[in-house]
Design a protein around this ligand. Structure first.
Ligand SMILES: [Zn+2]
Ligand SMILES: [Zn+2]
Length: 251
């Protein structure tokens, strides 16, 4: 299994980081975890054939996690995609998808078929050799899912947007690669929304991953790279790296 970090940024504009997105490839299967603004462009930089995407998983409907879904649909139509695109997301997904095609962009309605699946708590999805577990995170009052992707005895867990919470620790326990958000620096922040480096260090000790890839990195975090990595590394033996757009991660 291989992952490519397509977008490691946030909603804050950053010339080096587009919004949230990860490509997972395993043999004949390819899935996307999130598809924020800029992710489609990153796929084209990989010379990736978008018609080979098996499914798109959207963690939640904040714009920085789903904005490129519509451009993906339009591009698929223009490239002759003639299958049904699978979309997995939290429970408002059917209304969200219908809103796009029935209200906002009606010209796309008959151009592409989308099969939506509403992700219930701890739902498991199987696609070929891949097994994806979707668990609720703590992200204000916004219905959000973290994903654990397993294949051939290995796993990657993606936190999406979350404050530290028991669900993330349990979902990610002993995972090989933990892709975790690090939205802001240590300091005073509203509780229950995002994770700081010190908070991530605390839960990393319990999760016990082999590698940690920081993502959802805001510009203020990116400029403090060495300090942030040092803080996150304090209570874990895991290799800690700051994610970069187009970084490939072997699993
Ligand atoms: Zn969010
Ligand atoms: Zn976000």
């Amino acid at each position: 299994m291989k992952a490519v970090m397509l977008g490691t940024g946030t909603s804050f504009p950053d010339p080096l980081r587009v919004q949230s997105g990860i490509l997972i490839e395993d043999g004949n299967h390819r899935i996307l975890l999130d598809i924020g603004s800029g992710v489609l462009h990153r796929l084209t930089q990989l010379a990736f054939d978008i018609k080979t995407i098996d499914a798109v998983f959207i963690s939640h409907f904040h714009v920085d996690h789903c904005a490129d879904f519509l451009p993906l649909c339009q591009s698929l139509w223009l490239t002759g995609f003639d299958e049904t695109l699978k979309l997995y997301a939290p429970p408002t997904v059917t209304e969200w998808s219908r809103g796009l095609s029935d209200i906002s962009f009606t010209y796309l309605r008959d151009k592409i078929r989308i099969a939506t699946t509403s992700l219930q708590e701890n739902q498991v999805v199987s696609l070929g050799n891949l097994r994806i577990v979707a668990t609720p995170t703590l992200h204000s009052n916004y219905d959000t899912r973290a994903f654990r992707v397993e294949g051939n005895g290995k796993s990657l867990t993606f936190s999406s947007d979350t404050a530290p919470c028991r669900n993330i620790i349990d979902l990610a326990k002993d995972t090989d690669v933990l892709v975790h958000e690090c939205n802001w620096l240590d300091g005073v922040h509203r509780e229950g929304i995002h994770t700081s480096p010190s908070e991530l260090a605390r839960i990393a000790e319990e999760i016990n991953p082999s590698k940690i890839v920081l993502t959802h990195v805001s510009p203020e975090v990116a400029v403090e790279r060495e300090k942030v990595i040092e803080i996150v590394s304090r209570r874990t033996t895991a290799e800690v790296v700051m994610g970069e757009d187009l970084m490939a991660v072997g699993i």
